[in-house]
Design a protein around this ligand. Structure first.
Ligand code: NAI
Length: 705
């Protein structure tokens, strides 16, 4: 046997500088076949590493046992050498741009091949069933013949080979059946979580392909229900918990997490989706959010870290629940609380200096302060405050298009009533106020006049006694809104709507039904196309439904909500009112991606505004005619790429972008073609990648065995 193998094998050792030696070699030596190794980085491409044929050899042969007769010496093969040779093919030459040094190009090619396109099995990963039980490497029936042989899974999976497309179709059919049989959303959530625990690649594939339908299942509103019962649903550890008992140890704890991290989503579980204090159950929200960063933005799932800071909970039912998996103690407050936050922030930066930290679902009284403390020194942002604000601004820019406005300066004509002076509400009005100044050309004082803010005590005016620091963001708006006889402090919503003659009604109050029929009717009476945005989540907290808005305005409203609703018809005219969803998903994945790729050190307000503009600019004429104020969510990968492009350009303008990116921008055309391509190429594509051993393993010849 050994002699036969020796005869079959070319006798040579591989060059020491070859980074990796492929376990599988293409059965055809044509460049076309070797290019199948490389998943196209284009999201639009359906290129796969597999043929999908029932022929389980899948175009690859086992090396060395089945070395094909036409195989070349792998050390001379294109896909080995193209990382260490100048660009040769036309495609490579086109890709190799003049501004880039040859050295950079070679380094990039080498990185691209080893990191993006090949799964390298290290010594830590064993063979056989361990591979099958590792959700990162598992392909289930998607292991081709060669892999089954070499990875020791032959016989451990059913005989027939299914491509990832086929597998995704099968799982999708199950989801459709659940939907059609009206299975509870939480059952669909569990079905998807089980898939993620088995096979992450397939999970993200499914999510990417059906993001519009699945985003509400893995994230809001369904994830809220999951978080309520998270201890009971808990099956598999994901992410990291840091507790108040970990103070002094957080730096070292971060080393328990293997691998690089590009993005961290962190919550303290104190205000999960408007459901209140859910303590350690907040982990569900960090995980769900990062799933959307992967599916929508193209972050690599191996480089994301969900975190829950367990600083206790004041939720009595959790504290009384014998299965609650968080700390059984009340929430930390004051200095002790901020010490936990501070140590956590330092630990993350120390371990992963370039990681973006996204704050999620912190209660208002801490959210603003945390953001203020870190936003100038850390690469961080708060999605509830800044992401929501950016998506609402994008919606307002979109609404201006639907209203037929000639450009963004028309924002100056809008009068906004905001119900809710919490972190979401104030984040939104602060950003709108800046937009009214910058795009609308009004002074700071003039711009305040465009805003009326209400909280649970009604209209907030200069007579209101505010609570600091909790309501610091309200102060300038309150000062500018002088109490009058007509509109005194505490005036009701209906009075404010009537007397302000507002054009836009926004809700971030968590109060279901706050936009009553009277209020909505009034909006419809004083505006041809009233802007109505009930933004509170989940659905049960929305200030009104799409049906109520359509009914009261006879389908004329420009509607956008935080949670999804169905389009609705005006009862008299039969006019179809589009139920837009002001989903933060439009902003955060692209913002994060842009920040990461630019190498920025902080996230500026202008980057958020740039994101909003990018989103509105993607609207097509047809969409505008139909009352859409956001592009289609199923285009989220491309939307995120466009958002990332604007964010990178903004970072460059601020002097925050790394040199290599600045060089691309400088050599680009007015459509940002190169930058867009750069971003698209960086996006993770969920598909099964060929598998190799590290070089130490592969350098062995037959004699070594
Ligand atoms: P919060 O609890 O900090 O603030 C709620 C605010 O609403 C408070 O100022 C409160 O006084 C006010 N309020 C209560 N009753 C009111 C009433 N009857 N009339 C007027 N105002 C009233 O909550 P936070 O963090 O600001 O979030 C608010 C809502 O926004 C939540 O439902 C949250 O889910 C939603 N949100 C939506 C996002 C989106 O993407 N659409 C993103 C982030 C938050």
């Amino acid at each position: 046997m050994r002699a036969a193998l020796r005869r079959a094998l070319p006798r040579r050792r591989h060059k020491r500088d070859d980074l990796f030696y492929p376990l599988f070699v293409p059965s055809s030596s044509s460049s076309a076949s070797s290019s199948r190794w490389y998943s196209s980085s284009s999201d639009d491409s359906k290129t796969s590493t597999t043929t999908g044929d029932d022929d389980a050899t899948d175009g690859f042969s086992i090396f060395p046992q089945e070395l094909p007769s036409n195989a070349r010496d792998p050390s001379k093969d294109d896909f080995i050498n193209d990382a260490t040779s100048p660009p040769r093919t036309r495609e490579q030459q086109m890709e190799y741009s003049k501004h880039e040094s040859l050295r950079d190009w070679l380094a990039r090619q080498s990185r691209k091949r080893s990191v993006d396109e090949i799964v390298v099995l290290t010594g830590n990963i064993h063979r056989g069933s361990e591979i099958l039980h590792n959700a990162v490497y598992n392909k289930g029936t998607g292991f081709n013949h060669s892999e089954r042989e070499r990875l020791g899974v032959r016989g451990l999976v059913p005989p027939r080979y299914f491509s990832i497309e086929q597998q995704a179709e099968k799982i999708w059919q199950q989801q459709v059946t659940m939907r059609e049989s009206n299975a509870p959303k939480i059952a669909r959530w569990r079905h998807l979580q089980a898939l993620k625990d088995r096979n992450e690649t397939l999970f993200y594939r499914l999510l990417r392909e059906h993001v519009e339908e699945l985003a509400p299942v893995i994230y809001t509103p369904t994830v809220g229900e999951a978080c309520l019962n998270y201890s009971r649903f808990f099956r598999r550890a994901r992410g990291m918990f840091f507790t108040k008992d970990d103070v002094g140890h957080m730096h070292s704890m971060t080393y328990n997490w293997r691998g690089d991290v590009k993005i961290v989503v962190v919550t303290d579980g104190s205000r999960v989706l408007g459901l209140g204090d859910l303590g350690a159950h907040g982990m569900g929200i960090s995980i769900g959010k990062l799933d959307l960063y992967v599916a929508g933005g193209g972050f690599d799932p191996q480089e994301v870290l969900p975190v829950c800071l367990d600083v206790g909970t004041n939720n009595k039912s959790l504290l009384d629940d014998k299965w609650y998996f968080g700390l059984n103690s009340e929430r930390l407050e004051g200095g002790d609380y901020y010490r936990v936050i501070d140590e956590f922030m330092r630990a993350i930066r120390h371990r992963w200096p370039n990681a973006l930290i996204q704050f999620e679902d912190f209660q208002t009284k801490h959210a603003l302060e945390i953001l203020t403390n870190y936003r100038n020194d850390y690469l961080c942002f708060n999605d509830d405050i800044q992401g929501t604000a950016a998506v609402v601004l994008a919606g307002v820019y979109g609404a201006l298009k639907v209203l037929g406005g000639k450009d963004r300066s028309e924002i100056r004509k809008q009068k906004f009533v905001m119900c809710g002076a919490g972190s979401a509400g104030m984040g939104i009005v602060s950003m709108l106020h800046k937009a009214v100044m910058k795009s609308g050309g009004l002074s700071e004082e003039e711009a305040y006049d465009n805003f009326y803010i209400l909280d649970n005590n009604g209209l907030i005016t200069n007579e209101r006694e505010l609570e600091f620091p909790r309501e610091a963001a309200v102060e300038p708006f309150a000062k500018a809104r002088k109490a009058t006889k007509e509109l005194p402090d505490g005036a009701s919503l209906l009075d404010v709507v009537k007397k302000s003659k507002c054009t836009a009604l926004l809700g971030a109050s968590t109060v279901n039904g706050l936009f009553t029929e009277d209020v909505l009717r009034q909006m419809g009476e004083q505006n041809e196309r009233p802007i109505i945005f009930p933004l509170s989540n989940p659905t049960s907290n929305a200030e009104c439904t799409s049906e109520e808005a359509a009914k009261a305005t006879d389908g004329r409203a420009i509607f956008s909500s935080g949670s999804p609703f169905e389009d609705a018809k005006g009862p008299v005219s039969g006019r179809l009112m589009r139920a837009n969803q002001g989903n933060n998903l439009y902003v955060f994945p692209g913002l994060g991606l842009g920040a990461m790729l630019s190498g920025a050190k902080t996230i500026s307000e202008e980057m958020l505004v740039a994101s909003a503009k990018a989103i509105a600019d993607m609207l097509t004429e047809d969409q505008i005619r139909r009352g859409c104020i956001f592009p289609l969510i199923k285009e989220i990968r491309n939307i995120s790429a466009r958002v990332a492009v604007r964010v990178i350009k903004q970072a460059a303008e601020e002097g925050q972008a790394k040199k290599s990116v600045v060089r691309i921008i400088e050599s680009d055309d007015e459509h940002d073609t190169k930058l867009y391509k750069y971003v698209k190429r960086a996006q993770y594509v969920p598909e099964y990648r060929p598998t190799v051993f590290p070089v130490e393993e592969s350098r062995k010849t037959v004699d070594d065995y």
